[in-house]
Design a binder for this molecule. Structure first.
Ligand code: ADP
Ligand code: MG
Length: 240
């Protein structure tokens, strides 16, 4: 589904991603962990082409994507993204948030988009919130709207960048439950999170990043219980 070869990304003199190699197969759930500043968000943003790599290859569904030869807006439809801070449109209702891009970008009919949007909101447990504005929702509800909005584009892969980090602790579970359901339906997912319980339960692979490099990859239990690398051990003992 996604293959990354020798990906490098710099901001000016700051070399943020260093020869990243990563393979994500269809229906895989990959959890990305690492200290703040290690490049996790930048990697997700490169996979979604919100940032443009300096070198290396990003292959999505067998096709090597380059900004000169591909319509990146089309690629972004395949690769949905959910952010820490929801980024909902405050002046639109919940349903309008969800149907906006399918209508504007995917050229769905309004009727179709509404039907699909209601189905998705129902699915994330917000079937009674179509007509309210985001400001009236809890953080957990906002994040579930953001997930429904991303799903409305019918992506093949979903990227989650610390989706529960901005939430009050009691609201984390409902968002993780929604993500778990999505994983069980076979969605391919790359998730940056510090929720080790979620990682162990849901992820097929865990990846540890340190200073722009992938240091270690393994099953969540392997990586969290028996890290091979000293740096992984040090990181884990600082967060667990
Ligand atoms: P993480 O998500 O693991 O905390 P990031 O990918 O956000 O790490 O950041 C990695 C490094 O890149 C940090 O040093 C950060 O300051 C830097 N960085 C990220 N985005 C930009 C940007 N747009 N311009 C300049 N530096 C950036
Ligand atoms: Mg980040």
């Amino acid at each position: 589904m996604i293959k990354v070869n020798k990906l490098n990304k710099s901001f000016g003199n700051l070399h943020v991603l260093k020869n990243i190699n990563l393979t994500v197969k269809e229906s895989d759930v990959v959890v990305l962990v690492g200290a703040s500043g290690s490049g996790k968000s930048t990697l997700l943003r490169c996979l979604n082409f919100l940032e443009i790599k300096n070198s290396g290859q990003i292959i999505i569904e067998g096709e090597q994507i380059e900004k000169n030869t591909h319509d990146l807006n089309k690629i972004r439809q395949k690769v949905g993204m959910v952010f820490q801070h929801f980024n909902l449109f405050p002046h639109m209702t919940v349903l309008q948030n969800v149907i906006e891009a399918p209508i504007q970008v995917k050229k769905q009919t309004k009727q179709e988009a509404i039907e699909e949007g209601k189905y998705l909101l129902e699915k994330v447990g917000l079937g009674d919130k179509y007509d309210v504005y985001p400001s009236t929702l809890s953080g957990g509800q906002k994040q579930r709207v953001a997930i429904a909005r991303a799903l409305a584009m019918k992506p093949d892969v979903m990227l989650f960048d610390e989706p529960t980090s901005a939430l009050d602790p009691e609201l984390v579970g409902e968002v993780l439950a929604t993500m778990k359901e999505l994983a069980e339906e076979g969605m391919t997912m790359v998730v940056v999170t510090h929720e080790m319980g979620f990682a162990r339960e849901v992820a097929d692979w865990a990846v540890y990043m340190h200073e722009g490099k992938i240091i270690e990859v393994g099953s969540p239990n392997e990586l969290f219980d028996n890290p091979k690398e000293k740096r992984t051990q040090a990181f884990l003992s600082s967060v667990l």
